[in-house]
Design a protein. Structure first.
Length: 600
């Protein structure tokens, strides 16, 4: 029933709110303490009722419990009225019956006996029956109970916010009034008919406004549910993102502490971090925080190597060694590589951090249309009673290493892999745990699908080419100028559009212009227009952090108009930048370089 659902929902929300109350919140403001404070201020009768409710009442529908209490009020009013008019054995018997029946309906409401709707309609019929019996016993003096009957007819509909109850209240009270009038010796039928019309019309007049109010309340409730779900989605998104970003960041920090720092490990972690950030930006830009995976080409064994490199510092700290049991690559595939990467990193990270073993083995297999990855450790294992619970959010089965954690890793694995049509299974005995990750993937037959080799750092054009690199961020400008110089280019680094144009106007010639988009005073597009006005044949490459598929969205129109020759999205991969610069140099004549034009 609707009211039952509302009551249960309200009870659930209250329970959740109480369980999630932060420690710094004033406990006096929580629902539990507010109710206790209200009880302390209540009178003795209400205190007794609240005490009995806490012990015996299981009904969350507060309207029904209150209606049972109001029934006592109706009984008292009717009793006082009846005994003040006429004190007969019939009325005394009816009063005793009403008292006992009222206690019965309080019990029914407290213990929630039977279906909710049937119990509530029965209570409505009982109220009308008692008033009808009293009216019959009073004879022609029963007109004073008309107000009570009208109150019952309207009150049920308003209390439960149900048009059905308003209609039933109108029918039951009207029938009660008619039967009582026919049985008793009623004389003034004009008054009787006017009261009867009032009894029928007043509830009907409330029907349309109540229906509108109920619809508004339902819309408000639906909006609240959507907001609650959106808030839960945002919370899951933030916790997942934080968890996924911390792993490569911590690995980079670990690698930087080594002497000399392993550049390959830092680069792999940086690329993983880049993919995570791009995925985050894509979700937030579309205001859709649900997971969505695009298929990409990848080598499963190479993916395992990257994962091992990312988690290696953490495994070393915990005394574990990661090994890959595949002798070599068994092909290129198209699949949800980003999802697989997230899942594998979390599985290996979990094994390194919590298993307590000294060996972690990784393996990739392919059968039919499914890729499978195995992550096995020789730790203490996971009890069978915990094996299903470990995939729940914030569940921690205990760590043999004493490492802390939020209990998010395995839940992220399960949720992520299920979205892309895969699954994760766990097999654990007294020693060691084996996680198997499966996901659909298509093997690529053409050899051209393999990743292209990195562009050589030195090219035939590099020794004679001059590059103007413009970026207002000093660290970015210094790093990428160094990459270009290492590749053999002569580089002039400028901190903004004004400085870059000043160098061009001074007579310096540049074969390639690499421009950042977001700069003060003059952005990349404005600078490109100014450069093109000075040299229509200039080669211009633009960079931007507003990227999708490595092509900046802000540069789509300039590229189609021919203002730009190429555009790259940040973070920049060295081989892509060098390939773009080399391609630009290959289509232009190399001019002699000024001897003193390229100092920073």
């Amino acid at each position: 029933m609707k009211m039952m659902l509302e009551g249960e929902s309200s009870t659930t929300r209250t329970h959740m709110d109480n369980s999630q109350t932060p420690k710094h919140v004033d406990n006096s403001q929580t629902p539990k303490h507010a109710e206790a404070a209200a009880t302390r201020k209540a009178g003795p009768i209400k205190k007794i009722l609240r005490h009995l409710e806490r012990r015996y009442c299981v009904n969350p529908i507060r309207q029904e419990v209150n209606q049972a209490y109001f029934r006592f009020g109706i009984f008292i009013i009717c009793g006082i009225y009846c005994y003040s008019i006429q004190n007969t054995p019939y009325l005394r018997e009816i009063s005793l019956f009403a008292l006992l029946a009222t206690f019965f309906w309080v019990f029914m409401a407290w213990r929630r006996v039977g279906p909710d709707r049937l119990r509530q309609i029965g209570a409505l019929a009982y109220d009308c029956l008692i008033i009808g019996l009293v009216m019959v016993g009073m004879g022609s003096s029963f007109m004073g109970l008309f107000a009570v009957l009208l109150w019952i007819g309207i009150g049920y509909g308003i209390r439960y916010q149900e048009p059905l109850y308003l209609k039933l209240g109108m029918v039951f009270t009207t029938v009660t009034f008619v039967v009582s009038g026919l049985v008793t010796s009623w004389t003034d039928w004009g008054v009787f008919l006017s009261l009867l019309v009032t009894l029928a019309v007043v509830p009907l007049m409330q029907l349309a406004p109540m229906t509108r109010i109920i619809k508004l309340l339902e819309q408000l409730d639906a909006a609240n549910r959507e907001l609650d779900e959106a808030n839960k989605t945002k919370t899951r998104f933030i916790s997942n993102v934080s968890h996924d970003l911390l792993t490569p960041v911590s690995s980079i920090i670990g690698y930087c502490g080594l002497q000399p720092p392993p550049i390959d490990g830092i680069r792999i972690n940086a690329y993983q971090l880049t993919r995570q950030i791009r995925a985050i930006l894509g979700k937030t830009a579309s205001e859709d925080l649900t997971y969505e995976e695009h298929h990409e080409k990848f080598d499963p064994v190479d993916l395992l190597r990257q994962v091992a490199t990312i988690v290696k510092p953490l495994a070393a700290v915990n005394g574990a060694q990661i090994t890959i049991n595949n002798a070599g690559s068994f092909g290129m595939f198209s699949g949800a590589v980003h999802a697989l990467s997230i899942c594998l990193i979390n599985l290996v990270n979990n094994a390194a951090k919590h298993s307590g073993g000294d060996r972690i083995e990784l393996r990739a297999d392919y059968e039919g249309t499914m890729l499978s990855f195995v992550v096995a450790d020789n730790g203490f294992g996971i009890p069978e009673s915990q094996q299903q619970l470990v995939f729940q959010r914030f569940h921690r089965a205990g760590s043999s290493t004493g490492a802390d954690g939020l209990g998010l890793g395995l839940s992220i694995v399960r949720d992520t892999i299920e979205v892309v049509g895969g699954q994760v299974t766990l097999n654990s005995t007294d020693e060691g745990s084996t996680f198997r990750l499966t996901a659909p993937a298509a093997m690529l037959q053409d050899t051209d699908s393999r990743p292209r080799a990195a562009v050589p750092l030195r090219t035939a054009f590099a020794r004679a080419a001059a590059v103007l690199f413009v970026d207002d961020e000093f660290q970015s400008r210094s790093a990428w100028s160094a990459v270009l110089r290492e590749a053999g280019y002569h580089v002039h680094a400028a901190g903004g559009g004004v400085e870059a144009l000043a160098a061009i106007d001074a007579g310096n010639h540049y074969d390639v212009h690499v421009l950042d988009y977001r700069m003060p005073e003059m952005n990349g597009i404005e600078l490109a227009v100014a450069i093109r006005a000075r040299n229509p044949e200039a080669k211009i490459i633009a960079l931007s952090a507003d990227a999708a598929d490595d092509r900046a969205l802000v540069f789509e129109q300039p590229l189609s108009d021919g203002l730009l020759d190429a555009a790259l999205g940040k973070p920049i991969h060295p081989e892509k930048l060098l390939a773009s610069v080399e391609q630009a140099c290959s289509s232009t004549l190399i001019a002699p370089l000024p001897t003193d034009a390229y100092a920073e």
